[in-house]
Design a protein around this ligand. Structure first.
Ligand SMILES: C[S@@+](CC[C@H](N)C(=O)[O-])C[C@H]1O[C@@H](n2cnc3c(N)ncnc32)[C@H](O)[C@@H]1O
Length: 295
């Protein structure tokens, strides 16, 4: 198996293939103890069986991966893989290896199940400090995770993607954007009325920014943006839920809404907030290529 280029010292902690099923189940059990009223929105949705946790849905992910073109032999890193749906798509390309960088252990058993038996592992670390060697990856993918970070954290994460990628390597992102007509958020904190409202509902600090700000983030870190796509932010609309989760997944989600009144209340509050701001919000995806170093 190809070397994963992972440093074994420091904050990064290896898991994935090395974690036993009982350890992973214990971690998920711990997450299951958190009441529905306190779970972060994406973990609440994941606990209800939702697997697609990014704003543009599976369709935008597939468009983005079409442009990023993962192929056999690629060394792939994913930031914030969550329950591992994109990991499964990336592994289908037969990469040399896949490394997920995921600081949270909620739903880890689901991710481990996707990676089992493949040249793949998870490192429990922040994407800003992966512990991976410089120039050790060909493709870095991150979805719905930069949106949850402050502008400073975002710059650190994008710089880490640039460090970990070999020159010519691709960086694919899929995030939440503000429309050009939306009021501008505070430049330093990226907070504004829309961010405040949705953050309160999802119980995570979400800071969507305008398309030009996302582009500048990548360009300033030494990338050329070579592809971009967008989709409406319809994460919790029934038609998107069916398209993303399939009829059986949709039925499972609805059953959980019926069985769990607090989860239902939270999901409806999140959906109402997304609806209230639908003119100001969209999902964007980009593929950027790391420029060769100048000598
Ligand atoms: C909304 S979920 C999206 C999960 C998955 N990428 C998807 O699109 O389905 C955000 C994910 O990013 C992870 N995350 C948040 N902050 C992170 C960071 N600083 N570094 C790496 N992952 C992070 C969360 O733990 C979670 O798995």
């Amino acid at each position: 198996m190809a070397s994963t280029g992972i440093a074994t010292t420091g904050r990064a902690h290896r898991s994935g293939a090395l974690r036993t099923a009982s350890e992973a189940a214990a971690i998920d059990e711990q997450a299951a103890q958190t009441p529905d009223s306190r779970l972060q929105g994406h973990w609440l949705l994941a606990s209800m069986g939702k697997r697609v946790l990014r704003p543009g849905g599976l369709h935008l992910t597939r468009e983005m991966l079409g442009a990023a073109a993962p192929h056999a032999g690629d060394r792939i890193v994913e930031f914030g893989p969550g329950v591992g749906l994109t990991a499964a798509e990336l592994l289908a390309a037969n990469p040399a290896f896949y490394v997920g960088i995921e600081p949270n252990t909620e739903s880890r058993a689901k991710l481990d199940a996707v990676l089992a038996g493949r040249p793949a592992r998870v490192v429990t670390a922040e994407a800003s400090a992966t512990g991976l060697d410089a120039g050790s990856a060909d493709l870095v993918v991150g979805e719905a995770m930069l949106t949850m970070c402050s502008p400073q954290q975002r710059r650190e994460i994008v710089a880490e993607a640039a460090r970990v990628l070999a020159p010519g390597g691709r960086y694919a992102i899929h995030e939440l954007a503000l429309s050009d007509s939306a009021p501008d958020p505070d430049q330093r904190t990226a907070r504004g009325d829309v961010a405040r409202d949705i953050s309160q509902k999802i119980k995570v600090g979400a800071t969507p920014v305008k398309l030009a700000v996302w582009q500048a983030l990548l360009v300033d870190a030494g990338f050329d943006v070579v592809w971009q796509g967008s989709a409406p932010m319809r994460l919790l609309e029934p038609t998107r839920l069916i398209a993303d989760e399939g009829p059986i997944g949709f039925a499972r989600f609805v059953t959980n809404m019926i069985r769990r009144p607090e989860a239902r209340r939270r999901v409806l509050a999140m959906r109402n907030s997304f609806r209230a701001h639908k003119a100001d919000l969209s999902a964007i995806a980009m593929v950027a290529v790391k420029k060769p170093a100048r000598h």
